[in-house]
Design a protein around this ligand. Structure first.
Ligand code: NDP
Length: 480
């Protein structure tokens, strides 16, 4: 056995990850169910490093030094189970199986428990950055035992993206912590992209700018607080022209957004945890609406003649800057909500996740990498037990400075008939948090009336019920 690590599953992600590992001077044993992919990899890129091509999983296992570390990078779900089941009898006590695919954290915990029975370690490793990141440096979120992380650390640290001399990888916690953090990362990515899409729609539909002109705006924004991979990419995509038709590329792409499920998982998980991730939820629903072709076509037929509202009369320069401020404030809310979810998940599963470290490893390699994450890292450095990111000095100032613009933008959107679910729900979340009294008091009263669900009072401790059906509507104290 001479390889430091083994990897099975050489499609787009696995192949690039294997090359990244080999380029960093680690001998890597590689395997794929269909052997062709293995031979292709070694033929094409064999000179990039030291690869050991293996035809079977047994060969792969035999090629790796003990305790072995075998990375599984196959299709998520049943394929992962099939490969893991095949690996288990081939391994020895103390060996480590790493699932680097996009697994649900509950599946990771299930697999961990199963492998523990065999004296094996199972690691759920979130890898972000897509195809390009896998090759040149992803952001890596590792979940599993300390023993497993120590074994993986030299490889993981050498292949991750690097920002300010710090590799964008961490042992975020035990159990499913790595895949959990990766899931919320993807949820935040949904919100981020939807906010960008709403900004684009506003600039185009309210101001009447052409895509190339919107690209100029995004490029300018990328020089400031909003600087990020996605904003930069937006400018690039909006400037791209379709070779066949000569039209702006964005106009020839069908407007139905797809999803592979991590956004949905994030929202489902947030509902279970009771964390309001309105930004991520609206972004996920917005993708669903876009794909509801039949409903959209039916509605267009019936409501085509309904007034669209007046296109809001706005000054171009002023409006562009208002949209920028609204985008930034909404982004602060979406990230604050995402980090709330990570904190709640960490508490629920007893994973002890360091939120500042999460912000640190998202600064490079991953899709949501942005200057903004440095501010989040600083906020958690100053106050590790932060209640919400929203109230830390830097973000509070950004939201205070931007709130008037934020309202103006939502009003202009509503008046013009442009849907901005993430902008407006983020504003509603902000207003709900800062409100002195919420109408939840009325909801509690109604619940007590129809279902005797009881309520608390503002003026004294205890739980109460009003006998609504009795003529005197007497209030009784309820002890549970
Ligand atoms: P795919 O998800 O397309 O999976 C293809 C790979 O899985 C092939 O190597 C295939 O082998 C193997 N496979 C499928 N079924 C089985 C099975 N029953 N037994 C053994 N092997 C099987 O590959 P990707 O590279 O796109 O993604 C890999 C993982 O990384 C996925 O979990 C994905 O969610 C995750 N991921 C993907 C990202 C992306 O940008 N694409 C980003 C981050 C994570 P064969 O060649 O024999 O068919």
């Amino acid at each position: 056995a001479r390889a430091t690590i083994g990897l099975t599953g050489l499609a787009t992600m696995g192949r690039n990850l294997a090359r990244n590992i080999a380029r960093h001077d680690h001998t890597i044993a590689v395997h794929n169910r269909t052997t062709r992919r293995t031979t292709d990899l070694v033929e094409e890129f064999g000179d990039e490093g030291d690869f050991v091509a293996c035809e079977s999983l047994a060969d792969l296992v035999a090629a790796v030094e003990r305790p072995r570390a075998i990375v599984v990078m196959v299709k998520a779900g049943e394929a992962t189970d099939a490969v893991v089941d095949e690996l288990v009898p081939l391994l020895d006590e103390g060996d480590i199986v790493v699932d680097a695919g996009n697994a649900h954290h509950r599946d990771t915990v299930r697999r961990q428990e199963k492998l523990e029975e065999h004296g094996l370690h199972f690691v759920g490793m979130g890898v972000s950055g897509g195809e390009e990141g896998a090759l040149n440096g992803p952001s890596i979120m590792v979940g599993g035992s300390d023993h497993a992380y120590e074994r993986l650390r030299p490889v993981v640290e050498s292949i991750a993206a690097v920002v300010d001399d710090t590799p964008c990888c961490a042992h975020v916690g035990p159990g499913g912590a790595g895949h959990f953090v990766k899931m919320v990362h993807n949820g935040i990515e949904y919100a981020d992209m939807q906010l960008i899409a709403e900004s684009y729609d506003l600039l185009r539909s309210v101001l009447g700018l052409e895509p190339a002109a919107v690209a100029d705006v995004f490029e300018e924004w990328n020089g400031g607080d909003l600087e990020s991979f996605l904003i930069e990419m937006t400018a690039d995509v909006l400037r791209h022209t379709d070779a066949e038709t000569g039209k702006p590329f964005v106009d020839v792409v069908r407007d139905a957004a797809e999803q592979k499920g991590t956004g949905r998982w994030t929202v489902q998980d947030a509902l279970d945890l009771g964390v309001p991730v309105t930004g991520i939820a609206e972004a996920t629903f917005a993708r669903s609406i876009s794909g509801h072709t039949a409903q959209r076509s039916a509605a267009r037929k019936v409501f085509a003649t309904a007034p669209d509202g007046d296109r809001a009369e706005v000054d171009r320069e002023v409006f562009v800057d208002q949209v920028r401020a609204a985008l930034y404030a909404s982004k602060v809310v979406a990230y604050a909500q995402g980090f709330d979810q990570i904190a709640a998940g960490a508490e629920e599963h007893e994973w002890d996740i360091d939120l500042g470290e999460v912000a640190t490893i998202w600064r490079g390699g991953c899709i949501i990498r942005a200057q903004f994450l440095d501010r989040i890292r600083e906020a958690y450095e100053q106050e590790p037990d932060l209640t919400t990111l929203l109230t830390t000095d830097y973000f509070a100032d950004a939201v205070k400075d931007g709130v008037d613009a934020w309202r103006e933008v939502v009003v202009a959107a509503v008046r013009s008939g442009v849907p901005v679910p993430t902008f407006s729900s983020s504003l509603a979340y902000f207003d709900a948090l800062r409100r002195e009294r919420l109408p939840a008091a009325l909801i509690q009263a109604l619940r007590d009336d129809f279902g005797a669900h009881t309520y608390e009072r503002v003026d004294r401790d205890g739980t109460f019920h009003t006998q609504w059906a009795e003529p005197d509507r007497r209030e009784v104290s309820v002890t549970d």
